[in-house]
Design a protein around this ligand. Structure first.
Ligand code: 5GP
Ligand code: ZN
Length: 116
């Protein structure tokens, strides 16, 4: 399968690893949008949140259990935002489920910058 994140999992494309176990890999985003910007991905290929189902949600639960620890490992001290872009309107650019952990600074509150 021609999937960028599956290639990172396979070790064919290098990454700056934060955490890894049998279920997931966490690594620094190549184009960070904040002082902390880590991606957490399942090792099995799930295309997006739209493809989470009864058969594969166990690995998503494992990821969620680990995210607080991964955030700390990445240097988060004062909170973080967890984002999963799903589909075209959200701007999903890699079709392998991933969770952005974003933090290390105070983040803008709104999706649209001109919102009060
Ligand atoms: P999306 O836009 O799909 O929610 O997020 C994809 C993320 O993957 C982007 O933030 C982008 O910077 C990151 N990314 C794309 N290619 C690579 C890569 O080869 N290595 C790493 N570490 N991050 C990548
Ligand atoms: Zn994949």
């Amino acid at each position: 399968m021609d999937c960028l994140f599956c290639k990172i999992i396979a070790g064919d494309i290098p990454c700056k690893k934060v955490y890894e176990d049998d279920n997931m890999l966490a690594f620094h985003d190549i184009a960070p949008e904040a002082p902390v910007h880590v991606l957490v991905i399942p090792k099995c290929h799930i295309g997006s949140m739209d493809e989470v189902n009864e058969a594969n949600s166990g690995v998503v639960a494992k990821i969620f259990e680990k995210i607080p620890e991964i955030a700390k490992m990445a240097g988060v001290k004062n909170g973080y935002r967890l984002i999963s872009n799903c589909g075209p309107d959200a701007g999903q650019s890699v079709m392998h489920l991933h969770f952005h952990i974003i933090g290390g600074t105070e983040l803008p509150l709104h999706v649209f910058p001109d919102q009060e």
